[in-house]
Ligand binder design. Structure first.
Ligand SMILES: [Zn+2]
Ligand SMILES: [Zn+2]
Length: 278
């Protein structure tokens, strides 16, 4: 497990580049198909609509309401990346590089978890606005924050995947916030974005308020790896699953299980925030 975690964060961008050149074509092709599927929900790209939306409805900063910004520089400055070093497994800040006491006795089944920031204002309010009040413009600055975190931790991956929503939930909400974030992040990092590799086979209760054991049971076997991806495509791959918030890591671990079973070599969870007490 330790070797996997170390291998994930070896910080060698050249390795990523060479893998993309010789091995990621199939994942690239899948990601293009996925974008076409997403266009059924949004016939015109949100990105192309943004200048028009900005002209009609000038944005207000989701953190401080300042006009002219989706998220203003002062509020972005209040979202510092977690200081290094962090636990190799769970990503909690440590005084010295290594593995935290909890992970020494309870190593996560996922290779490693990383969060960009502490779950606190103004980021907490921005995540809620993106997720629950339809402020999808926030996907751009928050997706870029995820890309910064990816580089901050020296992650090297073959593809980015969002935590999927159940199809009924997707119909209700109209978008998957994790997918919007992952798309922006992957575009900035020039890494394949694969929206449909992970499938949520059943809806789950919100994890908020559940005990650690209940969280694990709530999401157990809730995800599967789409059969359109073969073992040959996944063998030896390092995949990063993106989401907004990680609390216990149970959802990301449940996502990782079918990817490992389908042949992925390493799986890492990267989120915008986690409620660490610094
Ligand atoms: Zn602001
Ligand atoms: Zn740890």
């Amino acid at each position: 497990m330790l070797a996997i975690a170390l291998g994930l964060i070896d910080g060698r961008p050249d390795r990523c580049q060479s893998l993309h050149q010789d091995g990621c074509q199939s994942l690239h092709e899948e990601s293009v198909q996925t974008s076409r599927m997403a266009n059924h929900l949004f016939p015109i790209s949100l990105r192309k609509l943004t200048p028009l939306l900005d002209a009609l409805y000038p944005p207000r900063c989701a953190g401080c309401q300042q006009s002219g910004y989706v998220l203003c520089p002062a509020c972005i400055a209040k979202m510092p990346l977690l200081p290094l070093p962090v636990c190799l497994y769970c990503g909690s800040p440590l005084a010295q590089a290594g593995v935290c006491r909890f992970c020494q006795s309870h190593p996560p089944r996922i290779g490693a978890l990383r969060a960009a920031c502490v779950y606190q204002e103004p980021l907490r309010g921005c995540i809620r606005a993106l997720k629950y009040t339809g402020n999808t413009r926030l996907a751009e600055p928050l997706g870029l924050l995820l890309a910064q975190a990816y580089r901050h931790y020296g992650i090297v991956a073959d593809a980015l995947l969002p935590v999927p929503l159940h199809s009924e939930r997707l119909k209700q909400r109209g978008y998957n916030h994790a997918a919007l974030l992952a798309e922006v992040c992957a575009r900035r990092l020039r890494i394949p974005y694969v929206e449909d590799m992970l499938v949520r086979r059943r809806d789950t209760r919100p994890q908020v308020g559940l005990s650690h054991l209940d969280r694990l049971q709530n999401v157990q076997d809730a995800f599967l790896c789409s059969p359109t991806f073969t073992r040959g495509q996944l063998r030896g791959r390092t995949l990063v699953i993106l989401d907004d918030v990680c609390t216990s890591g149970a959802t990301l671990e449940a996502c990782a299980a079918p990817l490992f079973a389908a042949g992925a070599q390493a799986v890492l969870g990267l989120t915008l925030a986690r409620p660490f007490a610094l």
